[in-house]
Design a protein around this ligand. Structure first.
Ligand code: SF4
Length: 352
């Protein structure tokens, strides 16, 4: 469903059931952080958890033909669109497309002579597979590496790729321009969007561990998304993919975008705290992530300020001595011993 958000009009690119651009809601991506393995229950469960948390697309590094086959098998088992990240070997891209993988991240400039590029483009056309062209500040082609103006160099690199794709009339493409620098990320995406209507995949690359990584990504992505720039996002972190997805989802929420699922409110805790806010969150987070309801949930540390400060929450919990208080819209509806808090809270959650 298209939404009323302020994305500028771009081309729409179809990645299996997901649309990128064309005024469709901004999507959230992450990248798998382990080598591809045989499909088992654990792998599918992890993909489901990412989907529950708001992940729309998952990318996998595919360094060998064998892994292309594994990714194809996995794609056949899940509705989640899977993207193959390929460097240099065009045969792996061809195999992934043959295997029905949803999208390919590749740079035509990396795959050798034009005949190979043409073969990849033909396969992408035949299988309706979109390509993402990822321009990274840290891996520009040799002729552009020493440019002083990094934004101009990145744009030039994209123009070279674009020329090749457009020569063969191929426009089923998403672009990304990534840098570990926030200002560069903002500027290069703004300038590309002034010139082209291809959808943009946003992200700050090599952004660091959780906290610095989330801060850098939020600064860049909030700025761009608020200007209507960016059709899909990935918050890359030296952390779990689930953290990347949750961070991406919350950035969209902060931008006022409609995102499915729970809006979580929790207090920072202080000397008045009598409720184990962090532990309780850890315990309920999987349930909250899986909830499709658009509701606000509050986990607060004390009854003095908790219910009042979270009076807009649809459901909340806080502590009062050895008791947990459960409240709705600021009104206390239930009192239980702390050890029974989880069960009582889940009962009330199911009633909403
Ligand atoms: S809600 Fe209570 S415990 Fe939490 S920060 Fe405020 S005063 Fe402290």
């Amino acid at each position: 469903m298209k939404n009323q958000n302020k994305e500028r009009n771009t081309r729409a690119v179809k990645v299996k059931k997901i649309m990128i651009g064309g005024g469709f809601p901004v999507t959230v991506q992450t990248m798998w952080k382990k080598p591809l393995e045989k499909i088992g229950k654990t792998l599918l469960k992890e993909i489901r958890e990412l989907a529950d948390a708001g992940c729309d697309i998952i990318r996998f590094a595919v360094p060998t033909i064998e892994e292309a086959a594994l990714l194809g098998e996995l794609q056949a088992e899940t509705e989640m669109p899977l993207v193959a990240d390929i460097h240099f070997d065009y045969r792996i891209a061809l195999e992934c497309m043959r295997q029905g993988v949803a999208k390919i991240r590749i740079n035509p400039g990396n795959i050798g002579d034009e005949n190979r590029v043409q073969e990849v483009i033909q396969a992408a056309r035949d299988t309706a597979t979109p390509l993402r062209i990822g321009v990274n500040a840290g891996s520009l082609p040799a002729g552009l590496r020493d440019e002083k103006d990094i934004v101009a160099a990145m744009l030039k690199s994209a123009e070279i790729e674009l020329e090749l794709l457009e020569k063969y009339g191929f426009r089923n493409v998403v672009f990304s321009f990534k840098s570990s620098d926030v200002a560069t990320t903002i500027n290069v995406n703004r300038r590309f969007r002034e010139q082209h209507d291809y959808p943009l995949h946003l992200g700050v690359t090599e952004a660091g561990p959780r906290i610095p990584g989330i801060v850098k990504n939020t600064a860049a992505l909030y700025t761009l998304l608020s200007e209507g720039i960016g059709e899909t996002i990935r918050v890359s972190l030296s952390a779990d993919p689930l953290d990347e997805v949750i961070a991406g989802r919350e950035i969209l929420r902060a931008c006022g975008r409609t995102v499915k699922g729970v809006n979580l409110i929790s207090c920072p805790t202080c000397g008045r705290t009598t409720f184990p806010v962090r532990d309780f969150y850890e315990k309920v987070s999987a349930r909250l992530n899986a909830l499709e309801k658009n509701i606000s949930i509050a986990i607060m540390g004390c009854h003095v300020n908790g219910p009042g400060e979270a009076r807009h929450a649809d459901l909340g919990i806080t502590g009062a001595g050895k008791y947990a208080l459960i409240f709705k819209k600021g009104e206390i509806i239930r009192r239980e011993l702390i050890e029974n808090a989880y069960t009582a809270f889940i009962e009330e959650l199911d009633r909403i």
